[in-house]
Design a protein around this ligand. Structure first.
Ligand code: ZN
Length: 441
């Protein structure tokens, strides 16, 4: 995975060179704020990675304009969300110093959605004043839905707005030589789309260990525009991942209730009941069953699986359910237990802290962040202890994930699904051919 990425359009690293701000302030006085946001838009995520962005600040001659009075300047800054990111960390990188704004977001029923929708690769934009106070915030909480937060006379207002323009479909393909992200970067496929790929195929592929040199990805995804301006990647419509010679397909389709999900070509829902690994990019450091305990130095049953991962890595809910408990729990340290129905419970131990809103009674969906990797309780290093209990009896989580399917499409819906899947396969095959030709040249 590539390192940190940030895009700077009009940033104000809080302690950095005043002259930058002067130049940008002059620029911003020329154009009414609304169009600035639209004009800048949220930087296209298609930008190739690791391209250092450079700010050019020149004193601008403002026709007949008076230099901005001190204290009235506004600044636009923009950042990209990274794995394990928090709103507080983003505020810091955006140069926002506004406790009240953060508290508002935490307390507001619309604004607080942002805490649970920090998707790596997505872009967030802020407008701040001379004292680094927040004036406005823009963030796509989902493809096509923009969260807008603005400071008004009587405090902050948060609202959701559907983005107008119809998404455009992009067909692309990539060959894996080292890692998935290196391949998608090289093909100009946005990070947010690459992350979706890891989630869609997470029930079959462990992207940390299963990928092979020469594996291929062909993909059809949406790019969202607003007033003709590229604003963000949307959803994946279809994808084919060839791993070790085996083809995995995913086609976006809806069930009877109109609920979207990804289906394999045989009409089975790809979202198996349980995620194979509730920690992104981790490896199993200790399996289920008898083992020599690292702390107690004796043989005892290991009632779960340990996933080693860096401190602070997001821990995801393995399936939909209700939080049965979240709190300190003896040797488990900070632990979350989720009730999935069918007398199946999952447990996540040694967490450094819980994700916002995670408490007993909270409803969670498969893939939601519920906490962060730590080493609380009986742990010798940062890792997640992950358990499954069926009727209170411990089960091997790896087998659980394999065993539970999430259902297939009904016979009524199959003809329409097959038609869409067929046309997508043709498009994906064409994209794959083109990318082979392109890389040969
Ligand atoms: Zn363990």
């Amino acid at each position: 995975m590539s390192g940190q990425k940030g895009e700077i359009l009009a940033q104000r690293p809080s302690r950095l060179g005043a002259f930058r701000r002067a130049g940008l302030a002059l620029l911003l006085l020329c154009v009414p704020p609304v169009s600035i946001i639209t004009a800048f838009g949220i930087a296209p995520d298609a930008a190739p990675v690791d391209v250092p962005s450079r700010i050019v600040v020149e004193p601008l001659a403002v026709p007949g304009g008076e230099p901005a009075a001190q204290g009235t300047q506004t600044f636009i800054s923009q950042e990209r969300v990274f794995r394990g990111d928090t709103v507080a960390a983003l505020f810091e990188r955006l140069g926002i110093e506004d406790r009240r704004a953060l508290d508002f977001l935490k307390g507001d029923s619309v604004g607080r959605v942002i805490f649970r929708q920090l998707v790596p690769g997505r872009t967030i934009q802020a407008r701040t004043g001379a004292r680094a106070e927040l004036l406005g915030l823009r963030y796509f909480v989902s493809p096509g839905t923009l969260l807008e937060v603005d400071r008004g006379m009587n405090g902050f207002v948060a609202r959701m707005r559907a983005v107008a323009d119809a998404p455009r479909v992009v067909y692309s393909a990539a060959e894996i030589r080292s890692s998935l992200f290196a391949a998608t970067d090289a093909a100009g496929i946005p990070d947010a789309i690459a992350m979706q790929v890891t989630r869609i195929f997470a029930t079959d592929i462990d992207f940390h260990v299963d990928l092979r040199k020469g594996d291929r990805l062909a993909i059809a995804y949406e790019m969202l525009y607003e007033a003709g301006e590229l604003v963000a990647p949307g959803r994946i419509l279809a994808a084919e991942l060839v791993n070790d010679g085996h083809s995995y397909y995913a086609v976006l389709f809806h069930d009877e209730e109109g609920k979207d999900a990804y289906y394999s070509l045989d009409g089975s829902n790809r979202a198996k009941a349980f995620l194979r690994s509730p920690v992104e990019f981790s490896r199993v450091s200790s399996g289920f069953g008898a083992r020599f305990h690292p702390i107690f130095k004796n043989w005892r049953a290991h009632t779960g699986v340990d996933f080693a991962a860096p401190q602070g890595t997001r821990v995801l809910a393995s399936a939909d359910g209700i939080v049965a408990a979240a709190g300190a729990r003896g040797g488990y340290g900070n632990a979350v237990e989720i009730r999935h129905g069918g007398s199946i419970n999952s447990l996540y131990g040694h967490l450094s802290r819980f994700a916002p809103g995670i408490r007993a009674g909270a409803r969670v969906h498969q893939g939601d962040a519920i906490g962060y990797v730590g080493q609380t309780g009986w742990a010798t290093g940062p890792h997640l202890h992950f358990e499954f209990r069926v009727n209170g009896v411990h089960q091997d989580p790896v087998l659980m994930a394999r065993r539970h399917e999430a259902g297939v499409l009904s016979a009524e819906l199959r003809p329409e699904f097959d038609r869409i899947a067929r046309s997508m396969r043709v498009q994906l095959a064409a994209a794959a051919r083109e990318s082979v030709i392109a890389s040969a040249q």
